[in-house]
Design a protein around this ligand. Structure first.
Ligand code: PMP
Length: 450
């Protein structure tokens, strides 16, 4: 339901926010968070009555849109019957959520350890890998994001790590494939794939395979730029893990639950990791929930000896009830197929058409409901529209792009020199076209800086 504009309440919400809320990743005095009056489907409203089409899905998590009535009802019903119960007990919402997730994860990933979110899923997956192998190191990719907690931020391969990097023992980074900005002087996807695999094997060999517990990769890296890996890369990593006895962790916190037009992005490449982390889309983020899907081999390690880890709210009934309802809605409404079709038939051609007309678009890449536009000053040299990790004046071109999008009723996802098109997977064709038209106007603002 469209909320009534109420600037007075909006001002009070904003004032309290400014006085007392300490925001993530922000210089507290340099931000001006809009006050949100309501949200439904792919849209949200501020208190002044402005409506925005959300091309970010929150933080890429409201995969079925805001306020889906069936999920809201399931949360209400769970709250009325059993709001909470400790994780050591078998509870219907928890066991049903685990069953539905295990049914959809690839291969034999059929045990689910529930966490509160994505970062702690990564913490636990890496801990399981170290305990399983008895080895200390984890290899992670540059251009990745794995979460804001200690181990997860240290595994992260983007500048958000820098200020928190303790030089964590046992984290080694490598370059994953990304042809547009190849580290391997590759000119084709095949070359990029082969050279990236050779580089990874060299890294393993020079680190000492007997010291490497796990390789962690986002199946399709999200925050770092939606770089769909070339055919054969993930299968190649799987083969390296098997060759050297290394645990393969795929982080599907962002890519999972329909985002790529498959239940899990691993399905796009026909690979099965040993551990798979998820969060966000599992219940569209209506109640915080994440987890690790565990293969039989790793689960067996903890069959006779305890797993030394746990969380007070592991498998919280409210969050799990939301997951059960979300997964059922996705299955009943064909959300995954819709994401694949609308992505291929509307979003991708729409973005490619925009790229033809706007010189600021260097590359369009993605899959399903998971797209990135790489904005550049110069298409020939591929010089990014703003420098790496730019702030203030240096970031003015991206700020101008963002302001123009918002002026046209579109809330864009912006990270460095990129905008990501990551709306709800339930977005309609009409809504998608409305978003593309707003993006057209916003790109004209970016073009002025080419
Ligand atoms: N892994 C990936 C791939 C992510 O995209 C994110 C969040 N953007 C995380 C982990 C961390 O999840 P959370 O913020 O829920 O802790």
């Amino acid at each position: 339901m469209t909320p009534q504009p109420n600037p007075q309440v909006g001002a009070a919400v904003k004032a309290a926010d400014r006085a007392h809320v300490f925001h993530s990743w922000s210089a507290q005095e340099l931000i001006d968070p809009p006050a949100i009056a309501g949200a439904e489907g792919a849209y949200f409203w501020d208190y002044d009555g402005n409506r925005y089409l959300d091309f970010t899905s929150g933080l890429v998590y409201t995969n079925i849109g805001y306020q889906h009535p069936k999920v809201v009802a399931a949360i209400q019903e769970q709250a009325a019957t059993m709001t909470t119960f400790a994780p050591a007990f078998a509870v219907e919402a928890r066991s049903e959520a685990a069953r539905l997730i295990a049914e959809r994860t690839p291969g034999d990933l059929d045990k689910i350890f529930f966490t509160n979110a994505g970062a702690d899923a990564v913490e636990h997956a890496t801990r399981m890998a170290r305990l399983h192998t008895g080895r200390p190191k984890v290899l992670s990719a540059y251009r990745s994001y794995h979460g804001g907690t200690h181990q997860a931020i240290n595994l992260t391969g983007d500048p958000r790590r820098w200020a928190s990097d303790t030089g964590a023992a046992g984290v080694v980074r490598f370059w994953a494939p990304f042809l547009y900005r190849s580290r391997f002087y590759a000119e084709t996807e095949q070359q990029e794939c082969e050279r990236a695999l050779q580089h990874l094997e060299d890294t393993i060999v020079f680190e000492g395979p007997q010291t490497v517990a796990a390789i962690i990769l986002e199946t399709v890296p999200g925050t770092a730029g939606i770089m769909v890996p070339p055919p054969g890369y993930l299968a190649g990593v799987r083969a390296l893990c098997d060759k050297y006895g290394i645990v393969f962790i795929l982080d599907e916190v962002m890519a999972g639950f329909g985002r790529t037009g498959e239940w899990f992005a691993a399905d796009l490449f026909d690979v099965t990791p040993d551990l798979l982390t998820f969060a966000k889309g599992v219940n569209s983020g209506y109640v915080p929930l994440g987890g690790v899907a565990i293969s039989r081999k790793i689960a067996e390690t903890f069959a006779e000896r305890p797993y030394p880890g746990g969380l007070t709210y592991s498998g919280h009934p409210l969050a799990c009830a939301a997951a059960v309802a979300t997964i059922n809605v996705m299955a009943e409404e064909g959300v995954v197929e819709h994401a694949a079709n609308l992505g291929a038939c509307v979003i991708e051609p729409g973005l490619r058409e925009l790229a033809e007309r706007h010189p600021s678009v260097g590359e369009v890449r993605g899959v399903g409901m998971f797209w990135a536009l790489e904005l550049v000053r110069n298409r020939e040299t591929r010089e990014p529209l703003v420098p790496y990790n730019a702030t203030g004046d240096a970031n003015a071109p991206m700020a101008a792009f963002g302001a123009a999008a918002k002026k046209n009723g579109l809330w864009p996802f912006i990270n460095m020199n990129r905008t990501h098109v990551v709306p709800a997977c339930t977005i309609t064709e009409t809504e998608a076209k409305e978003g593309l038209a707003a993006l057209d106007a916003a790109l004209s603002a970016a073009d002025e800086h080419t």
